[in-house]
Design a binder for this molecule. Structure first.
Ligand code: COA
Ligand code: AMP
Length: 639
């Protein structure tokens, strides 16, 4: 589906008069009270969209779609090769379940503004729980199932939920992961205790329920249905925690109004999807991609969303995504480059795609990390459709750079580039002083304020951190934490984080947090964690540790201990598997560890010796350590 507008005109209009542009977009939604003034600055000076309007996102995703005649249309197709289950939920069915579950939550005492943590795999019941929270104005916070109890506990203490909704377990390939014991462990660690834990019992693992506190999910589904409550457009819809540079995650807040306006706009213009068409986002509901393009985006646009419980490989093989496309007539796929690399590794010739009719597919969208040109080319040749790398962050909630396939006269995608600024985003590449750099020069990627609707207005309970992390580095701009450049034709390239955040298989993680864990070990005097290039996952973390005087721990046993600490505290998803004991770490004369230089050394990149380095011979020593452990072969390594 294309709108009649050109990219250039639309983009220019969005920057010339953002208020008028977004008010016009807002008219496409059913408001309970009209949005009124488009944008204001609150007492903190933070921008808020559609401050005077009221609406409800659950209503827009479900009730409105049913009123429009989409009741019998599939809203959600649950496809779970790990449990050999497939089930389609129509808009009417999803509405019925959501309205009842919302009634059930209310009976448990969950009220407007209360938080609810959802800790579940990709299940329809998780989507229902999200939409049910939205329905009664409760604020959901979905925590990715791969996070360990400690991480869950940190989120429980920050969000202070009234209830937690979890599944009895999940399935990783053919391994059962019981979730409920992880929730119980997290609650033992947390200070805040929710009044209730709602448990979905799955066939393959039964959770023990604690009397009074724990409730069966099905019981809530038997409650009387409740109507959607109109809430202010600025009312929080959800909190989604993401990694910052320290062990304390950032609670990204999303509101009802701006989010709905932005996602609807993106469904039409970025992805070119019309009502009734089908989107498959191969992600997890625990990530921003899952929130926006498994759940809210497709439903707001009256599309069908494929909810996949499995992996791109080994469930049962690297042809799974291609089967999904044929079977569910998918028009647009969205996944992370790492998923394509995993498929390519197992099926380099793409033989497993051959049996399938992929003619419904129009584009493959990729995000979550930079798409290397080799993966880009391989996917394009295999599928015969445009591959669109596009850039966004949990903070934005929707793409900031893309090739907008729903607009006319859009320059085609180019390998290695994440495309052009999406309407609403005035993207600038700045130097350290905050001045724009010329085309071709790499700098820091920032977005001129105000950010468009849908972007986070602040961090949960932490306006100060919002200001410090994002607004203070460059006054008048949002600082993304990414580095990149724009070429002479206007294409933008995002080259990676410039802070202590890494991307492991599309999962955003904090090396700072891992360093805190290593540093807490009694044998460790100091340490550095780096994200180094990995052929499958894009990046993986490695730890370098200097032992305290007198500690002569064996390298192997210390490595095992530190690896298991990170796994226990953050989760297996961190893929933290290698620790090197080194004599010293390279530092500047003022004592700052030269992490970037270490990373370049490990990746075998050329680098200039930092002028401020205290003792350059340390780099030779560490280089020898990398060779000893076969670290540093970059893309030749396999995971
Ligand atoms: N619950 C429990 N454990 C989980 C989990 C979950 N939801 N997700 C991952 N893990 C565990 C895995 O079992 C694995 O454990 P192990 O070390 O004991 O084997 C570990 O975390 C690493 O998982 P992962 O990185 O997913 O490795 P994998 O080999 O299982 O799969 C990929 C590799 C590339 C196929 C997979 O990471 C993938 O599909 N990535 C796409 C990511 C994505 O969609 N990102 C969202 C942004 S769009
Ligand atoms: P997350 O908040 O988990 O979505 O991660 C956001 C980070 O992922 C960004 O800051 C980038 O570092 C990276 N990222 C996402 N999409 C892309 C892309 N298309 N190209 C390069 N990096 C990307």
């Amino acid at each position: 589906m294309k709108t009649a507008c050109s990219y250039a005109t639309t983009y220019a209009a969005s920057l010339a008069d953002p208020a008028a542009f977004w008010l016009a977009q807002a008219q496409l939604l059913q408001w309970h009270t009209p949005p009124g003034e488009a944008i204001i600055q609150d007492a903190n000076g933070f921008y808020r969209w559609f401050n005077q309007g009221t609406l409800n996102t659950s209503y827009l995703c479900l009730d409105y779609q049913v009123q429009e005649g989409r009741g019998p249309q599939p809203a959600l197709i649950y496809d779970s090769p790990v449990t050999s289950t497939q089930r389609t939920y129509t808009y009417s069915e999803l509405l019925e379940m959501t309205a009842r579950f919302a009634g059930g939550l209310r009976k448990l005492g969950v009220a407007l503004g209360d938080r609810v943590i959802i800790y579940m795999p990709n299940l329809p019941e998780a989507v229902v729980a999200m939409l049910a929270c939205a329905r009664i104005g409760a604020v959901h916070s979905v925590v990715f199932g791969g996070f360990a109890p400690h991480e869950l506990a940190v989120r429980i203490d920050d969000a202070r939920p009234r209830a937690i909704v979890c599944a009895s377990g999940g399935m990783e390939f053919d391994r059962v992961i019981p979730y409920k014991p992880l929730v119980d462990e997290a609650l033992a660690l947390a200070t805040h205790q929710p009044a209730h834990v709602v448990v979905l019992q799955r066939d393959f693992v039964t959770a023990e329920l604690q009397p009074k506190r724990d409730v069966d999910y099905q019981e809530l589904l038997r409650a009387a249905p409740v109507a959607a409550v109109p809430v202010p457009a600025t009312h929080p819809l959800y909190i989604l925690y993401t990694s910052g540079t320290t062990g304390r995650p950032k609670g990204v807040v999303r509101d009802h109004g701006g989010h709905a306006v932005a996602l609807l706009f993106s469904m039409r213009t970025v992805y070119g999807l019309a009502p009734g068409e089908t989107m498959f986002a191969g992600s997890d509901i625990g990530w921003a991609v899952g929130h926006s393009y498994i759940v809210y985006g497709p439903l707001l646009q009256g599309c069908t969303s494929v909810l996949f419980e499995g992996k791109p490989v080994r469930t049962p093989n690297a042809g799974t995504f291609w089967r999904l496309i044929e079977q569910h007539q998918v028009n647009v796929v969205f996944t992370a480059p790492t998923a394509i690399r995993a498929i390519k590794k197992e099926d380099p010739e793409g033989l497993l795609a051959r049996p399938y009719d992929l003619s419904s597919l129009r584009q493959l969208f990729l995000a979550g990390e930079r798409c290397d040109p080799a993966t880009y080319t391989w996917a394009g040749q295999l599928l015969g459709v445009p591959v669109v790398d596009h850039w966004w962050q949990t903070e934005s909630g929707w793409p900031m750079l893309a090739t907008l396939v729903g607009l006319e006269e859009m320059p085609p995608p180019r390998a290695g580039s994440a495309g052009f600024p999406v309407p609403g985003y005035d993207i600038q590449i700045l130097d350290e002083e905050g001045l724009p750099v010329p085309p071709g020069v790499t700098g820091l990627v920032a977005v001129r304020l105000p950010l468009p609707p849908g972007c986070f207005p602040t961090l949960w309970n932490d306006d100060a951190r919002f200001r410090e992390s994002y607004l203070q580095p460059f006054p008048g701009y949002y600082f993304s934490g990414d580095g990149g450049y724009r070429d002479a034709d206007g294409y933008c390239y995002i080259m990676g984080r410039v802070d202590d955040v890494i991307n492991v298989a599309g999962h955003r993680l904090s090396t700072g947090e891992m360093e805190e864990i290593l540093a807490a070990h009694p044998a460790v005097a100091e340490c550095a964690v780096l994200g180094i290039v990995d052929a499958l996952r894009g990046q993986v973390p490695i730890g370098l540790v200097v032992l305290k005087d007198g500690h002569v721990a064996g390298e192997e046993s210390l490595e095992r201990e530190l690896v298991s600490r990170v796994r226990a505290l953050i989760g297996a998803l961190a893929c933290f598997r290698a620790v090197l004991v080194v004599k010293r770490l390279p530092k500047t004369r003022s004592g700052k560890i030269l992490r970037k230089t270490l990373r370049q050394l490990a990746d075998g990149e050329d680098f200039l010796l930092p002028a401020t380095i205290d003792d350059p011979t340390i780099l030779d020593e560490i280089g020898a350590d990398f060779r000893r452990r076969a670290i540093g072969l970059a893309f030749e390594r396999t995971a």
